[in-house]
Design a protein around this ligand. Structure first.
Ligand SMILES: CC(C)(COP(=O)(O)OP(=O)(O)OC[C@H]1O[C@@H](n2cnc3c(N)ncnc32)[C@H](O)[C@@H]1OP(=O)(O)O)[C@@H](O)C(=O)NCCC(=O)NCCS
Length: 185
């Protein structure tokens, strides 16, 4: 199994995960431009440069076509509102990928990220045929750890001073789930 021909739409009880469109750029700019989001991620810049959202969205098709990643907009089924982003990165065929995400501050604490993470993990195993999905977060970001545990992942360990971000070395926590574990619950 490999990537499907088009970036998928995934549906959960409250959400639609769909490909980003250039028309999402202003919402991405506004939500990802919040320091609280950028602070805990590995790559989102702050201040978020004008035009960076459109530039980021325009990379998605190529990443998908080259099988290196899938990025999906997390949207509310009822209203279509953009809540955040989730994706699989560093996809290694028939093996593994890393999941990463953010949820806009006004929408945090509603279980949306957990719901989206479960759908993306399911997609990784049942559509892409991967056997492992992994993730990591900075140790100072326990909310992300809760998301990963609630999505069924196991805490696999820590790495001290592993990530250089905002001029500082950060400890990280690593998580993973195997296809056999996911399908057995
Ligand atoms: C982490 C993040 C994705 C969570 O999104 P969300 O939609 O609020 O997540 P959920 O509602 O599904 O779950 C959040 C959980 O974290 C818990 N939580 C929130 N703040 C917490 C804190 N300071 N300490 C411990 N747990 C916390 C919530 O209580 C909830 O757990 P519960 O259901 O057991 O009560 C969101 O806050 C975010 O985008 N943060 C910035 C970017 C980021 O951290 N990305 C991940 C980088 S690895």
């Amino acid at each position: 199994m490999g990537l499907p021909v088009a970036i998928p739409n995934l549906e959960t009880s409250r959400l639609i995960l769909r490909p980003f469109e250039l028309s999402d750029a202003a919402d991405v700019q506004r939500l990802a431009g919040d320091y609280a989001i950028a602070e805990m991620t590995a790559h989102i810049p702050h201040p978020y440069p004008e035009g960076a959202a459109a530039e980021w969205i325009s990379t998605h098709r190529k990443d998908f076509d080259t099988c290196s990643g899938v990025a999906l907009a997390i949207t509310l089924k009822e209203t279509g509102e953009l809540l955040g982003a989730i994706g699989l990165m560093d996809i290694q065929k028939e093996h593994q990928a890393e999941v990463g995400y953010w949820i806009g501050k006004p929408f945090c604490g509603n279980g949306y990220c957990t719901e989206a993470a479960r759908a993306v993990i399911d997609f990784a195993f049942t559509t892409l045929g991967l056997i492992r999905v992994h993730a990591h977060h900075m140790s100072k970001n326990p909310a992300s750890g809760r998301v990963l545990l609630k999505a069924g992942m196991m805490h696999e360990g820590s790495r001290r001073k592993h990530m250089f971000r905002w001029g500082k070395l950060e400890d990280i926590e690593m998580y993973g789930i195997l296809k056999t574990e996911f399908l057995s619950v």
